[in-house]
Design a protein around this ligand. Structure first.
Ligand code: SAM
Ligand code: DTB
Ligand code: SF4
Length: 332
């Protein structure tokens, strides 16, 4: 069995990425089955708890206030609304709910108090709870942990070199700092990126290089294909080819053998055959339900039908338990 490594070089990762496609898929599929149950897929559902009106300038995002998109801004949902969505997600087969807010960062105010109540309420429904709320301080991360948060999603999105071409209102170091704050608690880390922003293969591998050389690999890595939304600066990007998605998933699986690799945004545009290749190449998680945050996504029933066709089963929640906080991370 190949060891879990933290010393991959960029060149090595790029070499993996550029392996002849079927060879790459075979290698990733083999590693996937050595480390994980090949037929099990973790199922998450997204809830946009606060939509639009965001102060940031992320070039891909329909929720940035400065772009003229069709997204209607919506203030923070009530705890009841969230639990109703979560019920629906649970009965649709999801074991995790991911709550997203169009915020630059969390502020210590009543809205955050309400998010804490949402985390507690969904946790009590025996589902894993994930949040993606922008930048966090150490204290805020600890409050979320104390409320029972299972995972925090905070994407690097692309390579450090390419970051400022896509986002100008914060830096790569800001992102890494939040990941560090999350790591100081027992919340699991979910961090990945987007392909199709106009980046090179080197950028894709550069992002993986940063993730793989963190003191601990993220427990999950979402791979999004850009959903090019009208009104955003990236509205005219050409869609990524399925082969690029397969390559990215396979490379992620090879360099992070035990990490959950999530086939995230862009599934609505993928064929069933394309998705099958991604599962074979090591993807073992999806977002399900008719909407991602603001854009369409396959519905619960469609996905369960797909699982039946492929012989996949949804993973039950809390199989891994919560990770212990490592002393070396606290001292870093
Ligand atoms: N505001 C918080 C933040 O930026 O961290 C949380 C929500 S934000 C929408 C979460 C992630 O969604 C982004 O980091 C990005 O990776 C992804 N995302 C946003 N818009 C997207 C799009 N049009 N296509 C693909 N992924 C997208
Ligand atoms: C992630 O990596 N992808 C999800 C989740 N984390 C928050 C979000 C995708 C958003 C796609 C565009 C939209 O629906 O607004
Ligand atoms: Fe705001 Fe997050 Fe969208 Fe960036 S990705 S504009 S921070 S909601």
């Amino acid at each position: 069995m190949s060891d879990i490594r933290h010393n991959w070089t960029r060149e090595e990762i790029l070499e993996v990425y550029n392996t002849p496609l079927l060879e790459l898929v075979f290698r990733a599929a083999t590693i996937h089955r050595q480390y994980n149950k090949g037929s099990e897929v973790q199922v998450s559902s997204l809830i946009s708890i606060k939509t639009g009106g965001c102060s940031e300038d992320c070039g891909y995002c329909p929720q940035a206030a400065r772009y003229n998109t069709e997204v209607k801004a919506h203030k923070l949902m009530s705890v009841d609304e969230v639990t109703q969505y979560a019920e629906r997600a649970k009965s649709g087969g999801a074991s995790r709910v991911c709550m997203g807010a169009a915020w630059r960062e969390v502020r210590d105010n009543r809205d955050f108090d309400r998010v804490i109540d949402m985390v507690k309420a969904v946790n009590e429904m025996d589902m894993e709870v994930c949040c993606t709320l922008g930048m966090l301080t150490e204290h805020q991360a600890q409050r979320l942990a104390d409320a029972g948060l299972y995972a925090y999603n905070h994407n690097l999105d692309t390579s450090e070199e390419n970051y400022s071409n896509i986002i100008g209102t914060r830096t790569y170091d800001d992102r890494l700092n939040t990941l560090k704050n999350v790591r100081k608690t027992n919340i699991t880390v979910c961090s990945g990126g987007i392909i199709g922003l106009g980046e090179t293969a080197e950028d894709r591998c550069g992002m993986l290089h940063t993730l793989v050389n963190l003191p601990q690999h993220p427990e999950s890595v979402p791979i999004n294909a850009l959903v090019a939304v009208k009104g955003t600066p990236l509205e005219n990007q050409k869609p990524v080819e399925i082969w690029e998605m397969v390559r990215m998933v396979a490379t992620t699986r090879i360099v992070m053998p035990k990490t959950v690799v999530r086939l995230s945004a862009g599934r609505q545009q993928m064929s069933l055959e394309g998705q099958a290749m991604c599962f074979l190449a090591g993807a073992n998680s999806i977002f399900t339900g008719e909407k991602l945050l603001t854009t369409p996504n396959p519905e619960f029933d469609e996905d369960m039908e797909m699982f039946k066709t492929f012989g996949l089963t949804p993973k039950t929640p809390f199989q891994e338990g919560r990770p212990a906080v490592k002393q070396e991370v606290l001292n870093a």
